[in-house]
Design a protein around this ligand. Structure first.
Ligand SMILES: CC(C)(COP(=O)(O)OP(=O)(O)OC[C@H]1O[C@@H](n2cnc3c(N)ncnc32)[C@H](O)[C@@H]1OP(=O)(O)O)[C@@H](O)C(=O)NCCC(=O)NCCS
Length: 195
């Protein structure tokens, strides 16, 4: 495959991923559909105040329908919102979400994620992070970046375990910046994209 051939952004949204948590739950990660904005809003409203503050870096009380749609994005656009569902019994239960946003050149992808409080600590956040990295690499991004509150020790530990470098944020003293190169992301090789 020609490594210089542009990769369609929709690649970032394509695969559906299934995994089992440490506790044995079957979990699916897939792109949100636009009609799921209300569902995403309910997930955010259901987060504890501390988790919501960590997810939205301090400021958000409630996700408006328009903001939910922005997070859901579009398969052909720069933003891909990911629904993370537990499948084991009954209707799929939304237990988390993730977002990756490609910059204008597609070289950098920014991430954000959250896991519903009762489902934290089971390996779901780690899997969302891996899924975002795989999708960003498949779409051709070279770097994956994110921002977190200084006080968010859990996300900091998760990011460091996943190979991110952590640094002070250039513009906001409340924040840390995380970054990880994607050049050697296994997803690139798996998808035939290694340059
Ligand atoms: C941060 C967050 C996404 C982590 O998700 P999670 O499902 O709880 O994380 P995991 O179970 O996959 O844990 C992965 C790693 O995180 C770290 N971690 C998990 N719980 C931790 C805790 N209580 N204290 C410190 N580190 C912890 C560990 O390194 C862990 O590795 P291990 O599995 O080998 O123990 C989740 O806590 C969350 O949704 N927080 C609110 C929103 C947020 O902070 N988003 C990030 C900013 S955008």
């Amino acid at each position: 495959m020609d490594p210089h051939r542009p990769v369609p952004r929709s690649v970032a949204a394509a695969p559906v991923q299934l995994f089992r948590t440490r506790a044995g739950d079957l979990v699916r990660i897939r792109p949100f559909a636009p009609e799921e904005a209300e569902r995403l809003g309910e997930h955010v409203a259901g987060l504890s105040p501390a988790s919501r503050r960590n997810r939205f870096l301090g400021g958000l009380a409630q996700l408006t329908p328009a903001a939910a749609l922005r997070l859901i994005g579009h398969p052909d656009g720069p933003v891909t919102g990911l629904a993370v569902e537990r499948l084991d019994d009954g209707a799929p239960l939304l237990v988390g979400e993730g977002v990756l946003a490609l910059d204008a050149h597609g070289a950098n992808a920014e991430l954000a994620l959250s896991v519903a409080d009762p489902w934290q600590g089971r390996g779901i956040g780690r899997s969302i992070l891996a899924s975002i990295g795989l999708r960003a690499a498949a779409a051709g991004a070279r770097h994956l970046t994110g921002e977190l509150l200084h006080t968010n020790h859990r996300m900091r530990a998760l990011a460091q375990a996943a190979g991110f470098a952590v640094a002070s944020h250039r513009q906001d003293a409340r924040l840390l910046a995380i970054t990880r190169p994607l050049d050697h992301c296994p997803g690139r090789e798996a998808l035939g994209l290694a340059a």
